[in-house]
Design a protein around this ligand. Structure first.
Ligand SMILES: C[S@@+](CC[C@H](N)C(=O)[O-])C[C@H]1O[C@@H](n2cnc3c(N)ncnc32)[C@H](O)[C@@H]1O
Length: 405
């Protein structure tokens, strides 16, 4: 069983990850993680909780006139029609989860434009491609699209729908930046001749190569810090440089290469000492191989090792970016009142912080119970949702009224 980290002292929503101290965090097994707990996101060695309603950041209203002086809105109708009526370059970010193909019927199932009931998967893909083509027009050139899609089996065959949709978007000019795997930590069905499904795709697309991305807002802070004393500097994972100095001395490096290697090592230790970097690894010709490939024809690192005799990899003190596998339990709270496949607010934390500027507008063209708009408001952005279902728009408005009261 995988171990995950959760905060066992405070299971309420009233703290931000930055407020957590590692002493408050204990290792527990996944079997103790109840899906009933609202909005607990479990990411690799990190815990992300959404801010409590009372701590909502203030939103100033001069960002865009799409929403006028409102900080959120929900529009009832077919998203393709509504997108076509929206001004171009008017939203900062789009985050959404369209209905799966042939999985469930929503209350407006026969409404014109309803996605998910198409006769064939090819028609479903075509319809989504058309919708996201229109969404591209509405998105600013610096904007991002985050698209959550689940797959489907037909006649025992996995259809690969998320990828088929993703490729059709790429064919229409979208640039894919990440295929994030949302691991839900529990399987869904009990099939006897294949494994249980436990993940969905969450694709990150951009419209142009120059797009808004605040990497510092989502860095995972290193848990361990270097140990600095008057006489020694030891990196976060215990590297003091002593072993490297010995290897340099005993290596077949030329005297000049040896001098350069020692100088670079001393400078790196100084960077650890001054708090600029947290950790490092050195590769010395004849001792360590280049990380990905030893072939200097394909690897710059291998070339450096061959030509200079060494290279140093540094890990910054600001922390590393999260990986593209996110372990987040599904959220049940809003699903109990409606039959909509709700995604957890925690899933949206990285997309919002990294790809939408503060006070920017986030659009969800399949807004369901309003999760995207709720998460947007909690993180100081504005939100707009579109849905075909009056029932879900009502649920969403009710949900938001609890946030902004
Ligand atoms: C998977 S749910 C979205 C759930 C949402 N992410 C949440 O957390 O609540 C998909 C939604 O798309 C809506 N929908 C289906 N076809 C639509 C269309 N053409 N335009 C707008 N909404 C549509 C459905 O009514 C449903 O609420």
């Amino acid at each position: 069983m995988n171990d995950v980290l959760i905060n066992t002292k405070q299971l309420s929503l009233d703290i931000l990850s930055d407020d957590l101290e590692m002493k408050d965090v204990e290792k527990v097994s996944t079997s103790h993680v109840s899906t009933k707990r609202e909005s607990i996101g479990i990411m690799q060695q990190n815990i992300f909780l959404m801010p409590k309603i009372a701590t909502l950041p203030k939103v100033d209203d001069n960002h865009s006139d799409l929403l006028g002086d409102k900080i959120f809105d929900f529009v009832l109708g077919d998203c393709l029609t509504i997108l076509m009526s929206m001004p171009k370059d008017s939203v900062d970010c789009i985050i959404t989860s369209p209905p799966y193909w042939a999985m469930r019927r929503y209350d407006n199932a026969d409404a014109i434009g309803e996605v998910g009931n198409e006769k064939s998967s090819a028609e479903y893909i075509e319809k989504l491609a058309k919708i996201f083509n229109e969404a591209k027009r509405v998105l600013k050139s610096t904007g991002s699209l985050w698209l959550n899609l689940g797959d489907k089996y037909e006649n025992k065959e996995m259809l690969g729908l998320p990828w088929r949709v993703a490729i059709s978007l790429m064919d229409n000019g979208w640039i894919m930046r990440n295929d994030v795997i949302w691991s839900q930590l529990k399987g869904t069905q009990s099939c006897k001749d294949r494994l249980r499904d436990s993940y969905e795709h969450f694709f990150h697309f951009v419209k142009s190569k120059k797009y808004y991305y605040d990497a510092d807002a989502i860095r995972v802070k290193p848990i361990k810090k270097p140990t600095i004393t008057e006489n020694s500097t030891i990196s976060a994972t215990g590297v003091s440089g002593v072993k490297y100095k010995k290897q340099i001395a005993e290596s077949d490096l030329s005297p000049e290469e040896k001098n350069n290697a020692i100088k670079a090592l001393e400078e790196t230790l100084e960077e650890v000492r001054s708090g600029l970097i947290n950790d490092f690894r050195m590769s010395i010709r004849g001792y360590q191989r280049a990380w990905h490939s030893n072939d200097s024809a394909v690897s710059g690192r291998a070339r450096e090792l061959e030509q200079r005799g060494f290279y140093i990899m540094k890990m910054g003190a600001k922390g590393a970016l999260p990986t593209d596998i996110w372990n987040i339990v599904t959220e049940d709270t809003w699903r109990t009142d409606s039959h909509c496949a709700v995604y957890p607010e925690e899933l949206l934390r990285i997309p919002i912080l990294a790809t939408c500027p503060k006070n920017g507008i986030i659009l969800d063209p399949f807004s369901g119970t309003g999760t995207t708009v709720a998460a947007a408001l909690k993180l100081g952005r504005k939100g707009m949702g579109i849905d075909l279902s009056q029932e879900y728009i009502n649920v969403s408005r009710q949900r938001i009224s609890k946030i902004i009261q």
